[in-house]
Design a protein around this ligand. Structure first.
Ligand code: ITT
Length: 213
């Protein structure tokens, strides 16, 4: 790795979610300058109309690239619950309706899991990066279990019902540093950082399948 080339890379994060930005800043460290849509005064809720996380992530990055022509990335994250046939999945933000209400989403999940013993789930993050005009995909998965009742007050979204593997605490019972050490987002961002740190213009990146990821 060449430290000179990895300094001060500047990327736009195509998100309106302040919690995601906060986690990204903590994971990416100070070698990257990350700006979000709020920083750039881009006031838009980018649609997420697709059937896969990868296509939605690409929708976000493409939308912002078309507007700015700058290096940028978007990510889509889904909670996939085995006993619910991997729902809410790509519908995680709007599981209980268009209002994107995290409390209503959690209620719906817990209601649907009432009496069900299989609590296995995974969080999946897919990042779509547009770097020097080329598209690249990265993925991170964290396995875990869905708690019987919400626990903890940290974090956001579904954090209070997700217990990652090898832990007894939900994400919402952990401090941010502990979540960011081993989360789905940490894993996907680590893949992207590795790619950026080792980027050479002649390299070919093996991409994931947009329609099944
Ligand atoms: P952007 O599209 O603006 O990035 P969003 O909040 O719409 O933000 P997603 O569509 O990726 O983001 O989020 C899907 C849902 O999953 C949404 O309800 C989030 O709150 C939730 N979520 C995402 N990452 C999470 C995490 O790390 N922990 C808990 N819930 C999360």
């Amino acid at each position: 790795m060449d430290g000179f080339h990895t300094k001060n890379k500047s990327l736009i994060f195509a998100t309106n979610n302040a919690n995601k930005l906060c986690e990204a800043l903590s994971i990416m460290g100070d070698r990257y300058t990350i700006k979000n849509l709020h920083d750039l005064k881009i006031l838009v809720d980018i649609p997420e109309p697709h059937a896969t996380l990868a296509l939605n992530a690409q929708e976000k990055s493409s939308f912002i690239f078309n507007l700015t022509k700058q290096d940028c990335f978007g990510e889509d994250t889904g909670l996939e619950i085995e006993a619910l046939n991997n729902a809410p999945g790509v519908k995680s933000a709007r599981y209980a309706g268009e209002q994107k209400d995290p409390i209503a989403n959690i209620h719906k999940v817990l209601n649907e899991l009432q009496g069900i013993k299989n609590r296995k789930a995974q969080f999946k993050t897919v990042i779509s990066l547009i770097y020097k005009g080329q598209h690249h995909l990265f993925m991170g998965i964290q396995n875990g279990l869905i708690a019987d009742v919400p626990r903890g007050s940290q974090g956001f979204g579904y954090d209070c019902i997700f217990i990652p593997e090898h832990s007894t605490q939900t994400y919402a019972e952990m401090d941010a540093t502990t979540k960011n050490k081993q989360s789905h987002r940490k894993k996907a961002f680590t893949e992207m950082i590795f790619f950026l740190d080792n980027y050479h213009s002649s390299d070919i990146h093996q991409n994931l399948d947009l329609h099944s990821t």
